[in-house]
Design a protein around this ligand. Structure first.
Ligand code: GDP
Ligand code: MG
Length: 441
């Protein structure tokens, strides 16, 4: 399995040292094979490997973890990001009735999921829900939904024999309006394979019902097939999200990774059983943990990172207290900021800097600014870095020239350093970092 495979890779990496490029490349070859074996689509694997390699090469290995463990964490974080770090809710805050249309191949779990979702919306969100089956292809398909409706105590549209899907959709919509339902769930027909007739039918139903959500239901166990199905539907139907069913079996999670990348739509739910309570909101963290099967390692590395951050911050705080936070320290912070896409240990603990951190993470702060700041600092002499107050107007011009920036840029950086220094003095007055933590929680 994927987790065994990765386990083997990381065992071989065990032993201390920095994360060398060669180590990372070896590990990535194995990760690549492992992902392919887990049915992750090839283009998705490529993107993923590129992303992880970039993050891993040159990454600092934390004290108290092995390079292998460090790689696990990096792979994990990349998985979470690709799975969609933000949890995605249903978007049904509209003038009722909100229409949710379920689409997918025959046997993917549409009808079951429709009933599960109806139950969830009724019990958890206190919505008044109506379900309607538009599956006129399979005998008894409409009856299947009616039976499930009785089971979960959710209303279903009365069956009228001989009516076509579009007409049923119209009837369902007006019934939902007339009877004051909050949500209308449309369970559509599937086919054994994707064909044009199915796509046309889906589009026609969408046209008359103007769904707020169109959820593609796919069977996680079908792997690469599921990816092809998702591709066809994405191209032809206005999907808003994906439901992955049969995640209770030994689905390897690989489908989740491909699905998100191929459809560019969030996975909103996973099916975890045949019973009506087998539906869960999609948690990227959990699925990433499942793909890796190494949750323990991930939390170990996270703890180690936190410890180091606190230690580093305390060291810097001590230096500051003696008035020794110099330009080299600032530079170290800036480097850390670039590497981690956020502010470093110290800055993360200074009030007000949290905002800058968020701006960095959201991409509002340009990485180029950090590169420029770094160039300015390296253009100073070691003496100036230790005592920036020594920089006079003439030297500022030289530093600006040497770094390809302007005197204004140099001044801005000096001001930032001064502000950080002042902040650290305040921290000292408040009783050090512990006092700060108490104040800002
Ligand atoms: P449809 O043709 O897309 O409407 O598929 P159905 O809803 O009729 O489901 C087909 C089969 O898959 C049924 O036997 C369901 O009980 C089963 N099924 C659906 N979702 C899940 C799931 O999340 N886990 C498991 N184990 N079985 C599921
Ligand atoms: Mg069905």
């Amino acid at each position: 399995t994927l987790s065994e495979r990765l386990g083997g890779v990381f065992d071989r990496l065990r032993g201390r040292g920095a994360l060398s490029e060669a180590d990372v490349r070896t590990a990535m070859r194995e990760v690549r094979i492992a992902l392919l074996e887990a049915d992750v689509a090839l283009p998705v694997v490529r993107t993923f490997i590129d992303k992880v390699t970039e993050a891993a090469v040159g990454a600092q290995v934390l004290r108290s973890v092995t390079p292998g463990q460090q790689v696990v964490k990096i792979v994990h974080d990349a998985l979470v990001e690709m799975l969609g770090a933000d949890a995605s809710e249903l978007d049904i805050a509209v003038n009722p009735p909100a229409v949710i249309m379920m689409v997918g191949l025959q046997g993917s779990g549409k009808t079951t999921t429709t009933a599960k979702l109806a139950r969830r919306l009724t019990e958890r969100d206190r919505k008044k829900v109506l379900m309607a089956s538009l599956d006129v292809n399979r005998p008894a398909a409409q009856q299947q939904l009616a039976t499930l409706g009785e089971q979960v105590e959710v209303a279903t549209l009365p069956i009228v024999d001989g009516q076509q899907p579009v007409d049923i959709a119209r009837r369902a919509l007006s019934a939902a309006k007339l009877q004051g339902f909050d949500v209308l769930l449309l369970d559509t027909a599937g086919r054994l394979h994707v064909d044009q007739a199915l796509m046309d039918e889906m589009r026609a139903v969408a046209d008359v019902s103007a769904p707020q959500e169109v959820l593609l239901v796919v069977d996680a166990l079908t792997g690469q097939d599921a990816v092809n199905v998702a591709q066809s539907f994405t191209a032809q139907v206005p999907l808003t999200g994906v439901v992955l069913t049969r995640m209770d079996g030994d689905a390897r999670g690989g489908a989740a990774l491909s699905m998100r990348a191929v459809t560019e739509r969030p996975i909103k739910f996973i099916g975890t059983g045949e019973k009506m309570d087998g539906l869960e909101a999609f948690h990227p963290q959990r699925v990433a943990g499942r793909i890796l099967g190494m949750g323990d390692v991930v939390s170990l590395v996270e703890r180690a990172a936190e410890t180091i951050q606190v230690e580093e911050a305390e060291k810097l705080a001590a230096k500051m207290a003696k008035g020794q936070f110099d330009m080299d320290d600032l530079r170290a912070q800036l480097l850390q900021m670039r590497r981690m896409g956020g502010l470093g240990a110290l800055a993360g603990m200074i009030p007000g800097m949290k905002k800058a951190q968020a701006a960095m993470a959201s991409g509002a702060v340009d990485e180029k600014i950090l590169v420029r700041m770094d160039a300015i600092i390296t253009s100073m002499t070691p003496r100036e870095r230790a005592r920036p107050d020594l920089l006079n107007a003439k030297r500022k011009i030289r530093v600006a020239k040497g770094s390809g920036t302007t005197v204004q840029d140099v001044n801005r950086l000096l001001k930032m350093h001064q502000e950080m220094a002042n902040a650290m003095k305040k921290i000292k007055k408040m009783g050090g970092l512990k006092g700060l933590a108490a104040m800002f929680g």
